[in-house]
Design a binder for this molecule. Structure first.
Ligand SMILES: NC(=O)c1ccc[n+]([C@@H]2O[C@H](COP(=O)([O-])OP(=O)(O)OC[C@H]3O[C@@H](n4cnc5c(N)ncnc54)[C@H](OP(=O)(O)O)[C@@H]3O)[C@@H](O)[C@H]2O)c1
Length: 484
């Protein structure tokens, strides 16, 4: 049996350190060797018995179970359930003590486990240096992350005034007007954050028009932003004031300077993702993640058709699908958009403004058609989509920029054994565990350069109507952000 013991002093009060470590899934944010982690079955990450399922940056895979957690004694114990590493009977304990000056924390981390004979030293070093000492440094770096400067309101301070853009009624871009609003103190399970960048998405147009009845005007719209946590309500374990965070989630209300909202849809941003990139990719990048990996997992050799290939979601789909080994065909409305899409992985951009593409798709696919269509266009492209699909092809109708889809009769699908889905990001991210998985893989894709963000459209928050006009006039490429 090997015993590994390490300890360190962390330059932060015990409450701060424990608020992070008591969250069994927090290592995703601070441990340098963890690539992606989630808690299984949507359980809370401080629930004794919960299982964290994670991948290390070297590709190894581990499942660990939380065995005990004491908020009174600042102790947690966990064990490995299974791993691709040959470690058996691994049980570890994390114990914190207050250093007497009160501003620092003593962290003791120890474990016992078995490994195959002859590999004891290798694994004692791996755990002691790589996991424990690396973890101490990782947490120190995490605590040193840039935080918001200046005074922050104390927890549960009263309302704060802020400026926001509200839809004054359902209608065109002109209904978007700036108003002074209140951001109330966060209640249980909520946080109040100061936005630093806000994403504009096509869904904001549907909400503004009343096509999706998600607000009752007058009310602010928007479902994606990055910012800094100002204060947190009771029961919020994974966030503290000063944390850089981002979200893509209903209800609408993101076009504001300061917002109070449910904490469970917020993820902490890794250092390598700046605020504008986060506001530009949380909704569109997580959409690309689930469309390519979950709705119909892409296989090397697939041929796919991405509509609006130079758009916000479109450019991310092109890059990521190409990296997964697909051949990518795209539709765009101008030669300039075609050049951009081509530079981001689209093998064969088709320039069309009037939704006529099936013939060219069949030509460039050798008469076969495509395996998957990513369709954010809706009504105007429906008939051509059916023509452009291969036998057993899959039509992913995930948006409706040209208008809502008319009903699709089953017999139209049976003509080629076509399958069809109408997915929505927010259903995939409703469980916090899956949200962390999807966001984690998206951040990793950004880090590795699998996807890059071409942010060319920045508007002051007060010019949101102008941003909507450009988006609806098909004048934009890539994402749009509003700056409060
Ligand atoms: N279901 C989900 O989970 C989910 C999540 C995110 C986004 N979406 C959908 O994904 C699509 C793309 O969203 P986005 O925010 O990235 O927008 P976007 O693609 O940047 O902008 C929309 C693009 O659609 C094309 N388009 C074709 N006909 C249009 C028309 N009649 N009016 C306006 N645009 C038209 C234009 O590209 P061309 O000029 O090149 O044709 C335009 O640039 C939208 O349909 C959105 O609703 C769905």
């Amino acid at each position: 049996m090997i015993r590994v013991t390490r300890s360190a002093v962390i330059d932060a009060p015990i409450e701060r350190v424990w608020a992070i470590l008591r969250d069994f899934n927090s290592h995703n944010a601070w441990h340098p060797v963890v690539a992606e982690s989630h808690i299984e079955n949507g359980e809370a990450s401080d629930q004794v018995g919960c299982v964290r399922n994670f991948t290390l940056k070297d590709g190894n895979h581990i499942r660990e179970q939380l065995l005990a957690l004491s908020d009174q004694d600042y102790v947690s114990t966990y064990c490995i359930l299974d791993a691709t590493l040959p470690m058996r009977r691994y049980v570890a304990t994390v114990r914190l003590k207050r250093v007497t000056d009160g501003d620092r924390t003593f962290w003791h981390w120890e474990s016992t486990f078995d490994v195959p004979r002859g590999r004891e030293k290798e694994f004692a070093d791996l755990v002691g240096k790589g996991v424990y000492e690396g973890g101490f440094e990782g947490l120190r770096a995490f605590l040193r992350r840039p935080r918001a400067a200046g005074p922050r309101p104390a927890s549960n301070a009263g309302s704060m005034q802020t400026s926001g853009v509200v839809a004054t009624s359902f209608g065109g871009p002109d209904v978007l007007q700036t108003r002074t609003l209140d951001a109330r103190a966060p209640g249980p399970g909520e946080v109040r954050l100061r936005h630093t960048a806000i994403g504009v998405n096509y869904i904001d147009v549907y909400v503004r028009k009343g096509l999706y009845r998600m607000i009752e005007p007058p009310a602010p719209i928007g479902m994606e932003a990055a910012g800094v946590v100002q204060d947190v309500g009771d029961g919020v374990a994974h966030l503290l004031p000063g944390d850089r965070v981002a979200y893509a989630a209903p209800p609408p209300g993101a076009y504001v300077g300061v917002r109070t909202m449910a904490a469970d849809q917020l993820v902490v941003l890794p250092d390598h993702v700046d605020d504008e990139t986060a506001a530009a990719t949380m909704l569109k990048g997580m959409t690309a993640e689930y469309l390519l990996h979950r709705t119909r997992p892409i296989r090397a050799g697939d041929t796919v058709l991405v509509h609006a290939a130079a758009g916000g979601v479109g450019l991310l789909l092109c890059q990521w699908a190409k990296a997964l080994g697909a051949r990518v065909i795209g539709t765009v409305s101008s030669e300039e958009k075609a050049r951009l899409a081509r530079s981001r992985g689209c093998d064969a951009p088709i320039v069309t403004k009037d939704y006529r593409f099936a013939q060219q798709v069949r030509q460039v696919s050798g008469g076969r058609g495509v395996d998957v269509i990513y369709d954010g266009l809706g009504r105007a492209a429906a008939a051509e989509n059916l023509e452009a699909l291969a036998f057993t092809g899959h039509w992913i109708s995930y948006g409706q920029a040209s208008g809502p889809l008319d009903p699709v009769p089953a017999e139209t699908l049976s003509a080629k054994s076509i399958t069809m889905t109408r997915p929505v990001l927010f259903h995939y991210t409703a469980e916090r565990a899956t949200l962390n998985q999807i966001a984690g893989r998206m951040f990793e894709a950004l880090r590795q350069g699998t996807i890059t963000v071409d942010l060319r459209h920045r508007y002051p928050l007060g010019a949101a109507a102008e941003a909507h006009r450009a988006l609806e006039a098909r004048q934009t490429t890539g994402p749009i952000v509003l700056l409060p």
